[in-house]
Design a protein around this ligand. Structure first.
Ligand SMILES: [Fe+2]
Length: 337
Protein backbone atom coordinates (compact mmCIF):
# COMPACT_ATOMS: atom_id res chain seq x y z
CA UNK A 1 0.00 0.00 0.00
CA UNK A 2 1.30 3.45 -0.85
CA UNK A 3 -0.06 6.83 0.19
CA UNK A 4 0.66 9.02 -2.78
CA UNK A 5 -0.68 12.41 -2.00
CA UNK A 6 -0.81 14.53 1.13
CA UNK A 7 -2.26 17.64 -0.45
CA UNK A 8 -5.46 19.25 0.78
CA UNK A 9 -8.22 17.27 -0.77
CA UNK A 10 -11.62 17.03 -2.24
CA UNK A 11 -11.81 13.52 -0.82
CA UNK A 12 -9.92 10.28 -0.36
CA UNK A 13 -10.16 7.59 -3.02
CA UNK A 14 -9.15 3.99 -2.51
CA UNK A 15 -7.87 2.34 -5.69
CA UNK A 16 -7.41 -1.44 -5.84
CA UNK A 17 -5.73 -2.95 -8.86
CA UNK A 18 -3.14 -5.71 -9.10
CA UNK A 19 -1.41 -4.13 -12.10
CA UNK A 20 1.10 -1.49 -11.01
CA UNK A 21 0.77 0.44 -14.29
CA UNK A 22 -3.02 0.71 -13.88
CA UNK A 23 -2.68 1.89 -10.29
CA UNK A 24 -0.12 4.49 -11.25
CA UNK A 25 -2.29 5.86 -14.04
CA UNK A 26 -5.31 6.30 -11.75
CA UNK A 27 -3.17 7.75 -8.99
CA UNK A 28 -1.70 10.29 -11.33
CA UNK A 29 -5.03 11.39 -12.79
CA UNK A 30 -6.78 11.63 -9.44
CA UNK A 31 -4.01 13.31 -7.44
CA UNK A 32 -3.76 15.96 -10.19
CA UNK A 33 -7.40 16.78 -9.39
CA UNK A 34 -6.61 17.25 -5.70
CA UNK A 35 -7.81 13.90 -4.40
CA UNK A 36 -5.84 11.86 -1.91
CA UNK A 37 -5.27 8.42 -3.35
CA UNK A 38 -4.59 5.26 -1.41
CA UNK A 39 -3.56 2.44 -3.72
CA UNK A 40 -3.56 -1.27 -2.89
CA UNK A 41 -2.94 -4.32 -5.02
CA UNK A 42 -5.60 -6.82 -4.01
CA UNK A 43 -9.13 -7.14 -2.65
CA UNK A 44 -8.27 -8.16 0.88
CA UNK A 45 -5.96 -5.16 1.31
CA UNK A 46 -8.76 -2.93 0.02
CA UNK A 47 -11.11 -4.18 2.75
CA UNK A 48 -8.39 -3.79 5.40
CA UNK A 49 -7.82 -0.24 4.25
CA UNK A 50 -11.51 0.56 4.71
CA UNK A 51 -11.30 -0.31 8.39
CA UNK A 52 -8.27 1.97 8.89
CA UNK A 53 -9.37 5.39 7.84
CA UNK A 54 -11.89 7.59 6.12
CA UNK A 55 -12.48 6.73 2.47
CA UNK A 56 -14.94 8.63 0.24
CA UNK A 57 -14.90 6.50 -2.90
CA UNK A 58 -13.59 3.09 -3.96
CA UNK A 59 -12.38 2.16 -7.44
CA UNK A 60 -11.90 -1.58 -7.92
CA UNK A 61 -10.40 -3.63 -10.69
CA UNK A 62 -12.60 -6.67 -11.29
CA UNK A 63 -9.91 -9.33 -11.58
CA UNK A 64 -7.64 -9.24 -8.55
CA UNK A 65 -5.89 -11.84 -6.41
CA UNK A 66 -7.33 -12.84 -3.00
CA UNK A 67 -10.73 -11.15 -3.39
CA UNK A 68 -12.13 -10.04 -6.75
CA UNK A 69 -13.61 -6.59 -7.28
CA UNK A 70 -17.12 -8.12 -7.22
CA UNK A 71 -16.50 -9.79 -3.87
CA UNK A 72 -15.04 -6.63 -2.33
CA UNK A 73 -17.99 -4.61 -3.66
CA UNK A 74 -20.47 -7.09 -2.24
CA UNK A 75 -18.82 -6.94 1.18
CA UNK A 76 -18.82 -3.14 1.16
CA UNK A 77 -22.49 -3.02 0.20
CA UNK A 78 -23.62 -5.60 2.75
CA UNK A 79 -21.89 -3.92 5.69
CA UNK A 80 -24.05 -1.28 7.44
CA UNK A 81 -20.86 0.70 8.20
CA UNK A 82 -19.87 1.03 4.54
CA UNK A 83 -22.93 0.44 2.36
CA UNK A 84 -23.27 4.13 1.48
CA UNK A 85 -19.71 4.26 0.13
CA UNK A 86 -19.74 4.67 -3.67
CA UNK A 87 -17.98 1.87 -5.55
CA UNK A 88 -16.78 2.03 -9.16
CA UNK A 89 -15.77 -1.19 -10.92
CA UNK A 90 -13.30 -1.21 -13.79
CA UNK A 91 -14.31 -3.74 -16.42
CA UNK A 92 -13.25 -4.56 -19.96
CA UNK A 93 -15.00 -2.32 -22.47
CA UNK A 94 -17.46 -4.78 -23.94
CA UNK A 95 -17.85 -7.30 -21.15
CA UNK A 96 -21.60 -7.29 -20.57
CA UNK A 97 -21.45 -10.25 -18.20
CA UNK A 98 -19.04 -8.42 -15.88
CA UNK A 99 -21.32 -5.37 -15.83
CA UNK A 100 -24.33 -7.49 -14.90
CA UNK A 101 -22.33 -9.14 -12.15
CA UNK A 102 -21.19 -5.70 -11.04
CA UNK A 103 -24.76 -4.44 -10.81
CA UNK A 104 -25.70 -7.50 -8.77
CA UNK A 105 -22.80 -6.87 -6.40
CA UNK A 106 -24.15 -3.35 -5.80
CA UNK A 107 -21.61 -1.27 -7.77
CA UNK A 108 -22.61 2.37 -8.23
CA UNK A 109 -20.81 2.88 -11.53
CA UNK A 110 -18.44 1.36 -14.06
CA UNK A 111 -15.34 2.42 -15.91
CA UNK A 112 -14.11 0.73 -19.05
CA UNK A 113 -10.53 -0.18 -19.64
CA UNK A 114 -8.59 1.57 -21.15
CA UNK A 115 -9.68 4.26 -18.71
CA UNK A 116 -10.66 7.51 -20.38
CA UNK A 117 -9.42 10.51 -18.39
CA UNK A 118 -12.48 12.74 -18.82
CA UNK A 119 -14.91 9.88 -18.18
CA UNK A 120 -13.03 8.92 -15.00
CA UNK A 121 -13.10 12.48 -13.67
CA UNK A 122 -16.76 13.05 -14.54
CA UNK A 123 -17.83 9.86 -12.75
CA UNK A 124 -15.63 10.51 -9.73
CA UNK A 125 -16.90 14.09 -9.37
CA UNK A 126 -20.54 13.08 -9.54
CA UNK A 127 -20.12 10.23 -7.05
CA UNK A 128 -18.20 12.53 -4.72
CA UNK A 129 -21.13 14.97 -4.72
CA UNK A 130 -23.45 12.11 -3.85
CA UNK A 131 -21.06 11.03 -1.08
CA UNK A 132 -21.10 14.53 0.43
CA UNK A 133 -24.87 14.38 0.62
CA UNK A 134 -24.90 10.93 2.19
CA UNK A 135 -22.24 12.09 4.69
CA UNK A 136 -24.61 14.82 5.83
CA UNK A 137 -27.35 12.28 6.19
CA UNK A 138 -25.07 9.95 8.13
CA UNK A 139 -24.12 12.77 10.48
CA UNK A 140 -27.79 13.49 11.20
CA UNK A 141 -28.41 9.78 11.76
CA UNK A 142 -25.44 9.42 14.04
CA UNK A 143 -26.64 12.36 16.18
CA UNK A 144 -29.98 10.57 16.57
CA UNK A 145 -28.29 7.26 17.34
CA UNK A 146 -26.06 8.89 19.97
CA UNK A 147 -29.10 10.50 21.53
CA UNK A 148 -30.93 7.16 21.61
CA UNK A 149 -27.91 5.43 23.14
CA UNK A 150 -27.49 8.12 25.77
CA UNK A 151 -31.10 7.53 26.84
CA UNK A 152 -30.49 3.80 26.94
CA UNK A 153 -27.30 4.47 28.93
CA UNK A 154 -29.29 6.12 31.73
CA UNK A 155 -30.82 2.82 32.64
CA UNK A 156 -28.25 0.17 33.60
CA UNK A 157 -30.88 -2.55 33.17
CA UNK A 158 -31.36 -1.93 29.48
CA UNK A 159 -27.67 -2.00 28.58
CA UNK A 160 -27.13 -3.20 25.00
CA UNK A 161 -30.89 -3.25 24.43
CA UNK A 162 -30.76 -1.17 21.21
CA UNK A 163 -28.20 -3.38 19.47
CA UNK A 164 -29.94 -6.61 20.49
CA UNK A 165 -33.21 -5.25 19.28
CA UNK A 166 -31.82 -4.13 15.95
CA UNK A 167 -30.14 -7.48 15.27
CA UNK A 168 -33.08 -9.62 16.32
CA UNK A 169 -35.66 -7.50 14.49
CA UNK A 170 -33.62 -7.75 11.30
CA UNK A 171 -33.47 -11.55 11.65
CA UNK A 172 -37.22 -11.78 12.25
CA UNK A 173 -37.94 -9.36 9.39
CA UNK A 174 -35.82 -11.49 7.05
CA UNK A 175 -37.61 -14.62 8.20
CA UNK A 176 -40.90 -13.00 7.24
CA UNK A 177 -39.50 -12.08 3.82
CA UNK A 178 -39.81 -8.31 4.33
CA UNK A 179 -38.26 -6.17 1.57
CA UNK A 180 -34.80 -4.75 2.07
CA UNK A 181 -35.91 -1.17 2.76
CA UNK A 182 -38.06 -2.42 5.65
CA UNK A 183 -35.13 -4.42 7.01
CA UNK A 184 -33.04 -1.22 6.92
CA UNK A 185 -35.87 0.59 8.70
CA UNK A 186 -35.89 -2.13 11.38
CA UNK A 187 -32.15 -1.74 11.89
CA UNK A 188 -32.57 1.99 12.49
CA UNK A 189 -35.72 1.59 14.57
CA UNK A 190 -33.99 -0.95 16.80
CA UNK A 191 -31.69 1.86 17.90
CA UNK A 192 -34.01 4.89 17.88
CA UNK A 193 -37.49 3.53 18.70
CA UNK A 194 -37.38 4.83 22.28
CA UNK A 195 -35.66 8.14 21.52
CA UNK A 196 -38.89 9.89 22.63
CA UNK A 197 -38.06 8.87 26.20
CA UNK A 198 -35.86 11.98 26.20
CA UNK A 199 -39.07 13.75 27.22
CA UNK A 200 -39.69 11.40 30.17
CA UNK A 201 -38.12 12.70 33.41
CA UNK A 202 -35.47 10.44 34.98
CA UNK A 203 -37.55 10.22 38.16
CA UNK A 204 -40.18 8.36 36.13
CA UNK A 205 -37.84 6.54 33.74
CA UNK A 206 -35.78 5.06 36.58
CA UNK A 207 -38.51 4.72 39.20
CA UNK A 208 -38.07 1.34 40.90
CA UNK A 209 -41.73 0.90 41.85
CA UNK A 210 -45.10 1.17 40.17
CA UNK A 211 -45.90 4.26 38.14
CA UNK A 212 -48.93 6.38 38.94
CA UNK A 213 -51.57 6.89 36.26
CA UNK A 214 -50.22 10.40 35.65
CA UNK A 215 -46.68 9.04 35.22
CA UNK A 216 -47.90 6.37 32.81
CA UNK A 217 -49.53 9.09 30.74
CA UNK A 218 -46.13 10.75 30.31
CA UNK A 219 -44.42 7.45 29.42
CA UNK A 220 -47.11 6.71 26.85
CA UNK A 221 -46.20 9.91 25.01
CA UNK A 222 -42.74 8.57 24.02
CA UNK A 223 -43.73 7.03 20.65
CA UNK A 224 -45.22 10.33 19.49
CA UNK A 225 -42.29 12.40 20.77
CA UNK A 226 -39.87 9.97 19.10
CA UNK A 227 -41.70 10.20 15.80
CA UNK A 228 -41.54 14.01 15.99
CA UNK A 229 -37.79 13.96 16.70
CA UNK A 230 -37.04 11.71 13.70
CA UNK A 231 -39.60 13.18 11.29
CA UNK A 232 -37.28 15.74 9.61
CA UNK A 233 -35.03 12.94 8.31
CA UNK A 234 -36.30 11.81 4.92
CA UNK A 235 -34.32 8.58 5.13
CA UNK A 236 -36.36 7.73 8.24
CA UNK A 237 -39.65 7.68 6.35
CA UNK A 238 -40.12 3.94 6.97
CA UNK A 239 -38.77 4.18 10.51
CA UNK A 240 -41.41 6.65 11.70
CA UNK A 241 -44.35 4.18 11.71
CA UNK A 242 -42.25 1.73 13.74
CA UNK A 243 -41.43 4.39 16.31
CA UNK A 244 -45.02 5.56 16.55
CA UNK A 245 -46.66 2.15 16.69
CA UNK A 246 -44.27 -0.09 18.64
CA UNK A 247 -46.66 -0.12 21.62
CA UNK A 248 -49.87 -0.87 19.74
CA UNK A 249 -51.56 -4.20 20.47
CA UNK A 250 -53.16 -6.56 17.97
CA UNK A 251 -56.59 -6.26 19.68
CA UNK A 252 -56.49 -2.44 19.62
CA UNK A 253 -55.73 -2.01 23.34
CA UNK A 254 -52.28 -0.46 22.82
CA UNK A 255 -51.10 3.11 22.36
CA UNK A 256 -50.86 5.79 21.01
CA UNK A 257 -53.54 5.20 18.34
CA UNK A 258 -55.24 1.98 19.41
CA UNK A 259 -54.61 0.45 15.98
CA UNK A 260 -55.83 -3.10 15.46
CA UNK A 261 -54.48 -6.16 13.63
CA UNK A 262 -52.88 -5.54 10.29
CA UNK A 263 -53.53 -1.81 10.55
CA UNK A 264 -50.44 -1.88 12.77
CA UNK A 265 -47.46 -1.70 10.38
CA UNK A 266 -45.82 -5.10 10.05
CA UNK A 267 -42.42 -3.66 10.95
CA UNK A 268 -43.87 -2.32 14.23
CA UNK A 269 -45.37 -5.76 14.96
CA UNK A 270 -41.91 -7.28 14.41
CA UNK A 271 -40.04 -4.83 16.61
CA UNK A 272 -42.56 -4.97 19.44
CA UNK A 273 -42.29 -8.77 19.80
CA UNK A 274 -38.53 -8.55 20.06
CA UNK A 275 -38.86 -5.59 22.45
CA UNK A 276 -41.26 -7.44 24.74
CA UNK A 277 -39.09 -10.57 24.76
CA UNK A 278 -36.03 -8.51 25.55
CA UNK A 279 -37.81 -6.77 28.43
CA UNK A 280 -39.02 -10.10 29.84
CA UNK A 281 -35.57 -11.68 29.72
CA UNK A 282 -33.81 -8.69 31.33
CA UNK A 283 -33.48 -8.09 35.08
CA UNK A 284 -35.54 -5.13 36.24
CA UNK A 285 -35.57 -3.35 39.62
CA UNK A 286 -39.00 -4.83 40.35
CA UNK A 287 -38.54 -8.32 38.87
CA UNK A 288 -35.78 -10.70 37.92
CA UNK A 289 -35.28 -11.82 34.34
CA UNK A 290 -37.40 -14.66 32.98
CA UNK A 291 -35.71 -17.59 31.27
CA UNK A 292 -36.21 -17.98 27.52
CA UNK A 293 -38.85 -20.67 28.06
CA UNK A 294 -40.73 -18.60 30.66
CA UNK A 295 -40.66 -15.51 28.44
CA UNK A 296 -42.00 -17.47 25.46
CA UNK A 297 -44.75 -18.93 27.66
CA UNK A 298 -45.78 -15.47 28.91
CA UNK A 299 -45.85 -14.16 25.35
CA UNK A 300 -47.87 -17.14 24.14
CA UNK A 301 -50.47 -16.28 26.79
CA UNK A 302 -50.41 -12.68 25.60
CA UNK A 303 -50.96 -13.84 22.01
CA UNK A 304 -53.99 -15.78 23.28
CA UNK A 305 -55.24 -12.60 24.99
CA UNK A 306 -55.06 -10.91 21.59
CA UNK A 307 -52.04 -8.67 22.21
CA UNK A 308 -49.52 -9.85 19.58
CA UNK A 309 -49.69 -11.02 15.99
CA UNK A 310 -49.97 -14.84 16.20
CA UNK A 311 -48.26 -15.51 12.87
CA UNK A 312 -45.27 -13.29 13.61
CA UNK A 313 -45.02 -14.71 17.13
CA UNK A 314 -44.92 -18.23 15.70
CA UNK A 315 -41.96 -17.28 13.47
CA UNK A 316 -40.28 -15.46 16.34
CA UNK A 317 -40.62 -18.43 18.66
CA UNK A 318 -39.13 -20.67 15.98
CA UNK A 319 -36.09 -18.40 15.62
CA UNK A 320 -35.56 -18.18 19.39
CA UNK A 321 -35.86 -21.95 19.85
CA UNK A 322 -33.44 -22.65 17.01
CA UNK A 323 -30.97 -20.17 18.48
CA UNK A 324 -31.07 -17.97 15.39
CA UNK A 325 -32.22 -15.11 17.53
CA UNK A 326 -29.67 -15.17 20.27
CA UNK A 327 -30.40 -14.04 23.77
CA UNK A 328 -28.26 -16.85 25.18
CA UNK A 329 -25.77 -14.77 27.10
CA UNK A 330 -28.50 -12.95 28.96
CA UNK A 331 -30.78 -15.89 29.54
CA UNK A 332 -27.76 -17.85 30.77
CA UNK A 333 -27.36 -15.18 33.44
CA UNK A 334 -31.09 -15.11 34.00
CA UNK A 335 -32.26 -18.65 33.91
CA UNK A 336 -29.42 -21.03 33.15
CA UNK A 337 -30.50 -21.77 29.58
FE1 LIG B 1 -41.00 2.07 23.76
Amino acid sequence: MQQLSHQPVAGTILVADDQASNRELLEELLTLQGFTVIAVQDGTSALEQLTRGHIDLVILDVMMPRLTGFEVCEKIKSNPQTYLLPVVLITALSNKEDRLKGIQSGADDFLSRPVDRSELLARVQSLMKLKLRTDELERAESVLFSLARSIEGKDPYTHGHCERLAESSIRLGEQLGLPEEQITALRRAGVVHDVGKIAVPDAILLKPNRLTEQEWKIVREHPIVGERICAPLKSFRLVLPIIRHHHEKFDGSGYPDGLRGEAIPVTARVLQLVDVFDALTTDRPYKSASSTAEALQIMREEVAKGWWDPHIFEQFERLVRSGEIGFQSRSAAAGGE
